[in-house]
Design a protein around this ligand. Structure first.
Ligand SMILES: NC(=O)c1ccc[n+]([C@@H]2O[C@H](COP(=O)([O-])OP(=O)(O)OC[C@H]3O[C@@H](n4cnc5c(N)ncnc54)[C@H](O)[C@@H]3O)[C@@H](O)[C@H]2O)c1
Length: 406
């Protein structure tokens, strides 16, 4: 089949790779020339994508790249995977999705299977995408399959992560399911696109809330002088009815901090609101302050004037993504307290308009994220603190889990 993937980011490139492996002719479509330029040299800007698969696709002519919308015409399947962020007021920002839908609608002259992978609230395929794409008068088939990719996860990729598919018609749903069966072992068909869209939001809201719960629990344990890491490990020995979540300096990335607010926004249209989402948001956002307070407590004096190197600024280990990273709040809090802060991250060249600093020395280091590529052997400064205990560095002082007072 001729598969066009609109948006060649974390999600789109994953589908591109899966489609190439399944033997399709793939058009990678993106509005960012830098993305197209890199991919045309088989250079992936996304961790975990096989450059060998990209290279083989380019050499065989199966993988083409374009920013010219007219190239979408003639596709059998168009997959849309563009960002769905929050705007400055914290509201769902569908502008890029609308834009992509317009581009797709204007370019296709024949009926095509359109699949949305971008995360959004239930009703988006039916009420937003289909009317825009179909506005040009062609009758297309519409399906949705919200992406579940976990960038950097070595155990779960597109082959073994089950995929949920819903369609506006039975035909669209079963065609989309057949498409995904080409590179995914488990495809689950559901009765409507709204079920698929809502399931995705619930999955990430579930994580958001449970992380909020465990972050609150960590603060309670610290106040009581009980080590939360040992407590959670003990709780996790229960073989049923318990799923471990781990406290951290906050949440980040394009999904967990964003998706619950898409659910909240839709709920408001029905005169409802989720209390869990609001309170979990407060708890997750309280963690940078909790960690900085704990740092001050461990240092034993105010942080003003101290030279602090914050290490690892992405939102999680082994990826270069700094979107919504809680490191932003940590840096701000440390600077507000008068510390002289710079940052180091082996995976990030530039962030917040600042350049990556070499490790060398400072009065102390605060390690937020431990990438496999992080090498602290060049560190000539003072004590190293970390948010969570790092087994291979027992000399680093963890801040979230406290020493037992018992
Ligand atoms: N990142 C993740 O881990 C993840 C996981 C599951 C779902 N999602 C969802 O997938 C969607 C895409 O997220 P992402 O992380 O892949 O984003 P991304 O920023 O990594 O990539 C998006 C790409 O789309 C391109 N783009 C933007 N507007 C376009 C347009 N009109 N036409 C063509 N290309 C356009 C951008 O240039 C960019 O290269 C979002 O809805 C997100 O919530 C993301």
């Amino acid at each position: 089949m001729r598969v066009s993937v609109v948006g060649q980011g974390y999600v789109g490139l994953t589908i591109t790779e899966g489609s190439l492996r399944a033997g399709h002719h793939v058009l990678g479509f993106d509005v960012n020339p830098r993305v197209l330029e890199g991919l045309s040299r088989a250079k992936s800007h996304i961790e975990g994508i096989s450059e060998t698969v990209l290279r083989e696709g380019i050499d065989s002519g199966n993988f083409r790249l374009s920013g010219d919308a007219s190239t979408l015409d003639g596709s059998d399947v168009v997959v849309i995977a563009v960002p769905t962020p929050l705007d400055e007021q914290g509201k769902a920002d569908l502008s890029l999705l609308r834009n992509a839908s317009e581009t797709v609608g204007k370019s296709l002259r024949e009926s095509t299977l359109i699949i949305n992978e971008s995360t959004s609230f239930p009703g988006t395929l039916r009420e937003v995408i289909a009317p825009i794409v179909g506005g040009s008068g062609v009758t297309h088939r519409y399906a949705v399959s919200p992406e579940r990719v976990d960038p950097g996860n070595k155990n779960f990729g597109s082959r073994n992560t089950p995929r949920v598919v819903g369609g506006l018609t039975d035909e669209a749903r079963s065609q989309a399911a057949a498409f995904y069966q080409g590179f995914c072992d488990h495809v689950i068909e559901v009765s409507s696109p709204e079920v698929a869209e809502a399931a995705k939001l619930f999955e990430n809201t579930f994580r958001f809330i449970n992380i909020g719960l465990v972050n609150e629990f960590a603060q309670l344990m610290a106040a009581m002088g009980i080590p939360v890491d040992e407590t959670l490990a003990a709780a996790a020995t229960k073989p049923y009815g318990f799923m471990p979540f781990h406290p951290n300096v906050g949440i980040g990335g394009h999904c967990i901090p964003v998706d619950p607010f898409y659910l909240e926004e839709r709920a408001r249209e029905f005169g409802l609101s989720s209390k869990y989402i609001q309170v979990s948001d407060e708890l997750n956002k309280s963690m940078p302050k909790f960690v900085v307070n704990r740092l001050e407590q461990e240092v034993g004096k105010p942080l003003a004037g101290l030279r602090i190197r914050v290490v690892g600024v992405t939102y999680k280990a082994n990826i270069s993504d700094t979107r919504e990273t809680p490191a932003t709040a940590v840096l701000q809090l440390l600077r507000d307290r008068g510390a002289k802060v710079s940052w180091h991250d082996p995976l990030v060249k530039e962030w917040l308009g600042e350049q990556n600093s070499p490790l060398d020395d400072a009065d102390l280091a605060l390690v937020l994220v431990v990438h496999d590529a992080l090498d602290m052997s060049g560190w000539k400064g003072g004590q190293i603190y970390t948010v969570n205990r790092v087994e291979k560095h027992p000399d680093w002082i963890p801040l979230i889990s406290v020493k037992s007072r018992y």
